[in-house]
Design a protein around this ligand. Structure first.
Ligand code: NDP
Length: 291
């Protein structure tokens, strides 16, 4: 599909690269060791996922722009997943699933969406799309990012100094951060303790954001009510990991969203054409920030 979108483009698949000096653009999930030194004429390197944490960024020469897949279909998948997870928590599904297994009939009072406080850590491409869609239900929304934001209908917080205020007012915390040295292990005891008692957590960022032992302690002490985890560290979890059968943990196998080859081809074609024309590149990664 890609050659049809970019005049004159020939696609080579590693390890059959032919003469590596002819390679102008590299799209990869991970980069085989030593490959970069064989590619002296790269116009850009592209992560085929929305994140770049799986890449050895240091192996990519600073002069080579690093891009990530920042296309709408990834946001569409994430909107579906997070909306499902939020509605499951909002409508007490972890409780009803456990009650069904025990053959119990125990209705709970429905809480109005406007009373349910939902916060998204990471209000970038995915977090902002999720917040926009959750607004349709009338939830009380807030967001937390590195730099200050102004989003209609969303209480915006920025930086570590505003993290406590953000956490203190949440019933459901959603992590859609990139995994960087600053955000690794962020979903841990100190953050959980700042959430109101009974809050729930959704992690659709990366498994490395979560300290599993701290989540288990927070669930078992009933400070947190439930967790929905799409990502874990490692993936998959070992068969004896307590998350598999914890009654208040719902696990999915890193399926919240993914790159759709058809729409991704349009993103890559656009990036190549823009590079050829000397225009700004889409999905440019800030190497210093790590995302
Ligand atoms: P973006 O780069 O568009 O947004 C990242 C957001 O996180 C930004 O708002 C950024 O703040 C914020 N952020 C980064 N570092 C910090 C920090 N130290 N403190 C506070 N806020 C911070 O990323 P995307 O929205 O496209 O993707 C987010 C992540 O989602 C990906 O990196 C990937 O790990 C994960 N993902 C998971 C998938 C799944 O299937 N489970 C699928 C796709 C992605 P600022 O706006 O100020 O820069």
């Amino acid at each position: 599909m890609l050659p049809a979108l970019v005049p004159g483009l020939r696609v080579r698949q590693w390890p059959d690269l032919g003469d590596p000096r002819e390679i102008r653009y590299l799209a990869a999930w991970t980069i085989p060791p030593g490959l970069m030194t064989d590619l002296p004429d790269l116009g850009f390197a592209l992560s085929i996922g929305a994140g770049v944490d799986q890449l050895d960024i240091g192996a990519i020469p600073v002069a080579v722009p690093l891009l990530r897949m920042a296309e709408n279909a990834i946001a569409d998948g994430m909107i579906e997943y997070v909306t499902m997870a939020v509605l499951m928590l909002h409508r007490d599904m972890p409780h009803y699933l456990a009650e069904q297994a025990a053959a119990h009939w125990s209705p709970r009072r429905r809480i109005a969406a406007a009373e349910r406080r939902i916060g998204v850590m990471g209000t970038g491409m995915l977090g902002s799309a999720v917040l926009e869609r959750l607004a349709c239900f009338g939830f009380a929304l807030s967001g937390w990012s590195r730099s200050p934001k102004d989003m209609p209908g969303v209480r915006c917080h920025a930086g570590t100094e505003e993290l406590p205020a953000f956490l203190a007012e949440l019933d459901i915390l959603i992590c859609l951060l990139p995994l960087t040295p600053e955000t690794r292990d962020i979903l841990a005891g100190p953050v959980f303790r700042q959430l109101p008692r009974g809050a729930a957590v959704i992690n659709a960022g990366r498994g490395g954001h979560l300290v599993a032992a701290d989540l288990l302690a927070a669930l078992d002490s009933e400070h947190l009510s439930a967790a929905i985890l799409d990502v874990t560290d490692p993936e998959p979890l070992p068969a004896d990991h307590p998350f598999w059968c914890h009654p208040r943990v719902l696990l999915t196998p890193h399926v919240a969203s993914s790159t759709d080859p058809a729409t991704a081809a349009h993103f890559v074609a656009d990036a190549i054409l823009r590079h050829r024309e000397g225009k700004s590149l889409p999905g440019l990664v800030d190497r210093a920030a790590g995302y």
